[in-house]
Design a protein around this ligand. Structure first.
Ligand code: F1P
Length: 344
């Protein structure tokens, strides 16, 4: 076994804000090209990806719709191939295809079929500008500093998430997002340092058997993603839920061996805290993450729609150290590869 911080995943998590910066610069440089897509001509904006990039699609679609008053949805790339009528209408669509590698077969195939059927325009978001997927977009955005050696996506996801957030702001006509760069990066660096030991000691607590991640709005996609990190790196049994959905059945799983991590919003905080309190009555351990008044506090003061990326780093560290605590290799989890390439 390597020393606990010698795995490549550690640096990819710990120094991820370098990739955040790159996302800001790359998108800022092509603001005009992005604004050139007129959302008014599309009946819907569809986001596709696989695994992490599907969860990124979910978070991005939520933000896009709330900022841009256009119907947005997310689909696994595979579903758009297998069940196209459930994903598309015959009306003009803007497809935003997301993939770290740009080589995932399902995502490439989804875009190829979309182009063949002339369903609309395509924006590709990736970390590899020379990838086959990047060549299929009407516009391709590549955040190269988000590239990774690890199988598990951490800084790549964060970098593409920032890019998608920036795009959403550009479409909405807001110039604000770029001005948040230093604050967001500084807060991210600070969070990683401040909560490093906290994440590690939480990971070393082997008393819990089940972990639930709760998140509403754009945080639901992020809850899915951090839950996937924990599954992939440490094979812990974990599930994401929308906050208020948790009462509708899943809460019956809660006992003294349960950890609940809440991605708290500002807007719905009272409702969300009630769910956390209720879970504690059933003996769960709870950790709230949010801008202030939580167990993990960003203290960014940034608008809710701009600070989503801040939920990620501490939970990346948690998943990483959980793997280490079980003597697992976080760089190459069992049964998975960094890209799924299929014969289609
Ligand atoms: C997507 C992905 C990863 C997952 C696994 C297999 O890759 O599903 O999210 O962790 O390693 O590939 P990509 O299309 O974003 O490159």
């Amino acid at each position: 076994m390597a020393n606990e911080q010698e795995y490549v995943t550690f640096n990819e998590i710990y120094k991820q804000t370098e990739a955040w910066r790159d996302a800001f610069e790359v998108v800022n440089a092509i603001t005009r090209e992005i604004a050139g897509f007129d959302l008014a001509v599309y009946q819907q904006v569809l986001f596709v990806g696989c695994g992490s990039t599907y969860y990124l699609s979910m978070a991005a679609a939520n933000l896009f719709q709330s900022q841009n008053n256009v119907v947005c949805k997310a689909s696994p790339a595979s579903e758009s191939i297998l069940f196209p009528n459930s994903v598309f209408t015959d009306k003009n669509t803007l497809l935003i295809a997301i993939s770290r590698s740009g080589t995932t077969t399902e995502t490439i195939q989804a875009v190829r079929e979309f182009n063949e059927k002339k369903r609309g325009d395509v924006i590709v978001l990736t970390n590899y500008g020379n990838s086959p997927l990047a060549k299929l977009g009407d516009l391709s955005i590549s955040i190269n500093a988000g590239q990774e050696k690890s199988v598990v996506q951490t800084r790549s996801f964060a970098s593409m998430y920032i890019a998608s957030t920036f795009m959403s702001h550009i479409f909405s006509g807001s110039q604000d997002f770029y001005s948040y760069k230093e604050k967001l990066v500084g807060t991210g660096d600070n969070l990683i340092k401040t909560y490093h030991d906290f994440a590690k000691s939480l990971a070393n607590d082997h008393d819990f058997r089940n972990v639930f991640f709760l998140g509403s709005g754009l945080r639901y996609g992020l809850a899915n993603e951090v839950s996937l990190k924990l599954k992939e790196m440490s094979q812990t049994s974990t599930q994401p839920f929308h906050f208020l959905e948790f009462r509708h059945g899943p809460i019956s799983m809660v006992d003294e061996k349960t950890l609940i991590i809440g991605l708290m919003s500002e807007k719905a905080n009272t409702f969300e805290m009630e769910v956390m309190n209720e879970a504690r009555k059933f003996h769960a351990k709870t950790i709230a993450i949010g801008d202030s008044g939580c167990d993990v506090n960003f203290e960014s003061g940034l608008p809710e729609e701009a600070r989503g990326v801040l939920y990620l780093p501490v939970l990346h560290l948690f998943a990483y150290y959980r793997a280490i605590s079980f003597d697992k290799n976080p760089d190459s989890p069992r049964n998975i590869t960094s890209v799924v390439e299929l014969e289609i």
